[in-house]
Design a protein around this ligand. Structure first.
Ligand code: SF4
Ligand code: SF4
Length: 307
């Protein structure tokens, strides 16, 4: 079985083999299979938005599972791995770079790719040796992502995970109050520090289907079950999706969802209750203080509108 050919045939755009011992594994070879996706064109809406990375990663996961099963059936020692840190490998791989936004960039895809990691306990001729030293950042004088980030998560001192929106989405924990208003319409993912980067191709892909907030708030179990096909079971847990949808309703000033938000005051999840109460306050402020959004610097739907 030609593993690389199988993976390319399954939809991966590139497969890289590196020596296992350089990655801290006992197997001969580590395989990195890259799945490319396109960034979306702009689209203004107050419904829930999902970054195209997440559906792409689900498709890649299903594809790699299929390849691993085929390999097992043929006695090929190919294993899916989630215990190998990939950024240090990319940092020493020819053809890859890294930005201030902490993302790795691949030739031909920029930062718009997802990687699946496998080990193959067989030597391969096409194994690429890692460089001794990691690359320096590709940024030069550029500071665009620092300016574009809606929460100041990237500055001269680096990336601050605790301020990054992605770090708080669908975790089931209350989002820090000072970050909530920046969620805009983002149900999952944030594109600002990739969209502004000159090392990325301009957005050109189709807009993902948007998820109606009314549906998420009123029927979270059914809506989450549908979402699981798109983003996976672990991310689309009903109470987590519901808690994020509450924030989006508040950010987007969705007066039409006020009754549903109020009905969540007795919800068993503390995070849902807290986010719903916060959303009610935001919507009320908008109603009573029409210029509240502008004064607060709210950028609704900014997950897709900012280039
Ligand atoms: S993903 Fe969004 S919030 Fe996080 S660092 Fe990038 S721009 Fe900032
Ligand atoms: S936007 Fe500029 S500073 Fe940020 S990662 Fe890209 S090149 Fe580097």
């Amino acid at each position: 079985m030609d593993v690389v050919r199988e993976l390319i045939g399954a939809g991966f755009f590139r497969v890289i083999a590196v020596p296992g011992n350089a990655c801290g594994t006992v197997e001969h070879t580590v395989l990195l299979a890259l799945w490319r996706y396109e960034a979306e064109g702009a689209s203004g809406t107050s419904e829930g938005w999902i970054h195209p990375y997440y559906p792409a990663s689900q498709r890649a996961y299903r594809a790699v599972q299929h390849c691993v099963r085929c390999a097992e059936a043929k006695g090929v020692p190919l294993r899916l791995r989630n215990d190998i840190r990939v950024k240090p490998i990319f940092a020493r791989l020819p053809g890859f770079t890294q930005g201030r936004n902490t993302l790795s960039y691949a030739e031909g895809a920029g930062s718009r790719f997802h990687v699946q990691i496998m080990t193959l306990d067989m030597p391969m001729d096409e194994t690429i040796p890692l460089q001794e030293e990691p690359h320096s950042l590709h940024c030069g004088d550029c500071r665009r992502c620092m300016t574009a980030c809606p929460t100041g998560a990237i500055d001269e001192n680096g990336y601050h995970r605790e301020k990054c929106l992605r770090n708080w989405m669908l975790t089931g924990k209350p989002v820090p109050p000072e970050l909530r208003i920046a969620m805009g319409n983002r149900l999952l993912g944030c594109d600002e520090c990739q969209r502004c980067c000159p090392h990325n191709p301009p957005p050109s892909g189709e807009t993902q289907p948007l998820v109606p907030l009314a549906e998420l708030l009123a029927r979270p179990k059914e809506a989450s079950a549908a979402l699981q096909k798109l983003i996976g079971v672990n991310l689309a847990l009903p109470n987590r999706v519901l808690a994020q949808a509450c924030l989006l309703a508040g950010c987007e000033g969705r007066e039409d969802l006020m009754d549903t938000l109020q009905s969540l005051a007795a919800h068993p999840s503390e995070t849902v209750r807290e986010h719903a109460a916060w959303a009610e306050v935001q919507i009320t402020k908008r109603r009573t203080q029409p210029f509240f959004a502008e004064e607060a610097g709210i950028s609704c739907s900014s997950g897709q509108n900012t280039l």
